[in-house]
Design a protein around this ligand. Structure first.
Ligand code: SIN
Length: 295
């Protein structure tokens, strides 16, 4: 994280970090992340992020520019390949929404339909993401998060030994055609878009660059196969890892509240959008922070 330049010498806000009664996550109360942060505030948030993997900032009232500024404190921002779902005037903000206006979807409706770490299909993969509630349905629309470090720690020793040093391929287009929301298929990718998301290889087990903890780094959305294993063996091993990575004991279910802003660690967690009834409106704004090569 290269941040110090963005953190100003301003008076600190007094705020509370309240760990959830869950395997991961903490609420952050009483801070406005739209304001410049002091280095003391930044350090507290940073430590809590590393400790809990997911921070839930309640009651935020940010403009898109303020969301971008807060996101940039943690690193450069990645631009999503589906440029048609960028927030107009703010390419760094990716709109996740099931709302259709004048016959056109304003955002990606089915983002997160399968478990994933955001943009694991790029190299280097993302550090984390910030998702900010704009319009929430009265029913459904929850997001689940699973700790991949806890999942790794719980693996049988023999399986840990088996996957040590293995590498896996991640591809954006792997399940692209399956990602259909209420009968609306995703837009066809142009040749240039396909070129920009060529498959990449990451270790199956990654070491968190800041905490040193090991965690699984494969996901059902983007990981297609394990390098140098016969296809059937790769499939069987990935299916076993996927199943073990989402055991209920590692999962937190987030039920969104108005003005929630979530910041999660893509190096330590995977997540899933549960969806909502299609007649209800849901819209969130995501910024995605660039990370470093997984090792
Ligand atoms: C995502 O995968 O970033 C979207 C999650 C959600 O819409 O709940």
């Amino acid at each position: 994280m290269s941040t110090s330049a963005a953190v100003l010498a301003v008076p600190s806000q007094s705020f509370e970090i309240r760990p959830l009664a869950a395997p991961l996550g903490a609420e952050v109360l009483g801070i406005d992340v739209g304001r410049p942060l002091s280095s003391a505030e930044f350090d507290r948030i940073h430590q809590a992020f590393l400790q809990h993997g997911l921070l839930i900032f309640r009651d935020q009232h940010l403009t898109p520019a303020q969301q971008i500024a807060f996101s940039r404190l943690w690193g450069e921002l990645l631009i999503h390949v589906l440029k048609q779902f960028q927030l107009p005037g703010h390419p760094e903000v990716f709109v996740i929404s099931n709302i259709v206006e004048q016959g056109k979807p304003i955002g990606l409706a089915d983002a997160g339909k399968f478990w994933h770490s955001d943009l694991s299909y790029v190299a280097p993969p993302s550090l984390g993401a910030i998702l900010y509630a704009q319009e929430l349905p009265e029913e459904g629309g929850d997001t689940l998060f699973a700790s991949q470090q806890q999942a790794y720690d719980a693996l049988p020793e023999s399986l840990r030994r088996r996957i040590e040093g293995l590498r896996a391929v991640h591809s954006y287009t792997s399940r692209y055609a399956e990602e259909v929301f209420s009968g609306v298929v995703r837009p066809t990718l142009s040749e240039a878009q396909r070129e920009s998301v060529r498959e990449v290889v990451h270790p199956v087990v990654r070491t968190h660059p800041e905490t040193g903890r090991k965690g699984l780094f494969v996901n059902a959305n983007f990981t297609t196969h394990i390098v140098d294993l016969p296809a059937h063996e790769s499939r069987q091993l990935l299916d076993e890892l996927f199943a073990r990575s989402i055991h209920p004991q590692f999962i937190y279910r987030h039920r969104w509240q108005p003005n929630d802003l979530l910041f999660w660690d893509n190096r330590a967690l995977i997540h899933l959008a549960t969806g909502c009834p299609s007649h209800l409106r849901r819209r969130l704004h995501r910024t995605t922070i660039a990370g470093e090569a997984a090792f």
